[in-house]
Ligand binder design. Structure first.
Ligand code: NAD
Ligand code: DAU
Length: 362
């Protein structure tokens, strides 16, 4: 029999949400984190610079698809919890290269679940009962809403529309099956769009902040009326901690910010904040940089999360309003020039060329 330690294994903890989670976890729980991350273009150890020299954090560069590595880490560190963030996460990239999404999101999640199950079977009964596998997923698995449809709840039928969403849906089904078939203590969270510090600048909010700052075009897909439900990343992390703490095993919890906004409204709000915080008389109002471009194929119209279950059962609510969170986020990007230079690798610049050169201004 193996017994666990007070350590957690986080996958993808050098990415946007994972790194925010690791920082918050160590600040609040103080317990050690082993962070398994392949450091793809989206993973950045600089997100964790605040933990340099801190023995409670260990970053291991490696692939969740590597079962031997996962097994070795589980046996070496004997974590009581696995929090699984690692994924390919960008919808546009999934349209260009779906294979990478199937590999990491489906095969990788399967490998992790299977190794977790084998490790869990070796535990004594008390540790087996206390063990948790938290699978971090997305609202995109539910597909697209019409303007008057009720928000996604935990019983909304899955209807993924992009290769990214389909790969996440498959991983959710595997997580569910590992609980129902083997009894592995799995929890799943499905969250809406996150924003905040350390988000890679291929996603809407950081991309628009940096383009606005630098006086470049602001490429809005379609007519800009697609709606997303925005959540400040620290609220997502606190929700995950709450689910780990008090969530019922085998359940899924939807997490959202109650902040539905049209993309165009988000972009104009960013323009106004950048104008206020970094006025540029020569450039004039940043709103004039907005350019409507060719839409994303299969672009989901609207996402909205009904987060009443996590609120009712576990008492979690978001702490940040969208307007204050967006202001903090814009300020963060304006103050972190060195971080931005660091993430703008050759691979990032290649992506920007590939994604936008074919998009014709409408
Ligand atoms: P991200 O792309 O910023 O980070 C993903 C991390 O996973 C990176 O550090 C990357 O290096 C790592 N990774 C990728 N492939 C790997 C592999 N094979 N093995 C090990 N590590 C690997 O993503 P994010 O925005 O932080 O999203 C984290 C999770 O949250 C994902 O599962 C995503 O589906 C989910 N999610 C994201 C959002 C959002 O708005 N960003 C919303 C809801 C759910
Ligand atoms: O809903 C949760 C999901 O949110 C997560 O599961 C994904 O990992 C995350 O990437 C995000 O997906 P979206 O596709 O909603 O995020 P993105 O930032 O790529 O786009 C947000 C909206 O902005 C979407 O309607 C497309 C639009 N957009 C995006 C870009 C990059 C533009 O109009 N122009 C752009 O240049």
């Amino acid at each position: 029999m193996t017994s666990v330690r007070n350590t957690i294994l986080v996958t993808g903890g050098a990415g946007f949400i994972g790194s925010n989670f690791v920082l918050q976890w160590i600040k609040n729980a103080g317990a050690a984190v082993v962070n398994l991350d392949l450091l793809t273009y989206a993973g950045n150890p600089a997100n964790l610079a605040a933990l340099e020299g801190d023995s409670r954090h260990q970053l291991v560069r490696g692939d969740i698809c590597n079962g031997e590595l996962v097994a070795a880490l589980l046996h070496e560190h004997r974590p009581r919890v696995i929090v699984h963030f690692a994924a390919e996460s960008h919808v546009d990239r999934s349209i260009v290269d779906p294979g990478a999404f199937i590999r990491t999101n489906v095969q990788g999640t399967f490998t992790l679940l299977e190794q977790a199950r084998l490790f869990w079977l070796e535990l004594d009964e008390a540790d087996r009962r206390a063990f948790r596998f938290l699978h971090v997923s997305t609202d995109e698995v539910y597909g697209s809403l019409g303007p008057e449809d009720p928000a996604f709840s935990e019983i909304t039928a899955y209807a993924p529309n992009s290769p990214y969403a389909a790969s996440k849906a498959a991983s959710d089904h595997l997580a569910r099956a590992y609980h129902h078939t083997y009894g592995l203590p799995v929890l799943t969270t499905n969250c809406s769009n996150n924003y905040g510090p350390f988000q890679f600048p291929e996603k809407l909010i950081p991309l628009m902040i940096l383009n606005a700052l630098e006086g470049r075009h602001l490429p809005v897909y379609g007519d800009g009326s697609n709606v997303r439900d925005w959540l400040f990343v620290e609220d997502h992390c606190s929700a995950i901690r709450t689910v780990l703490d008090r969530g019922r095993v085998g359940e899924t919890y939807n997490i959202g910010g109650n902040s539905e906004r049209k993309n165009l409204d988000v972009v104009t709000a960013i323009c106004d904040l950048v104008d206020e915080l970094r006025p540029d008389a020569a450039l004039g109002p940043r709103r004039k940089l907005i350019t409507f471009v060719t839409d994303r194929p299969g672009h989901d119209r609207r996402y909205a999360i009904d987060a009443s279950k996590i609120s009712r059962e576990l008492g979690w609510r978001p702490a940040e309003e969208f307007e204050s969170g967006l202001r903090k986020t814009v300020a963060w990007y304006l103050e972190h020039g060195a971080w931005i230079e660091n993430v703008r690798t050759g691979a990032y610049l290649d992506w920007i060329r590939q994604n936008y050169q074919e998009r014709i201004p409408q």
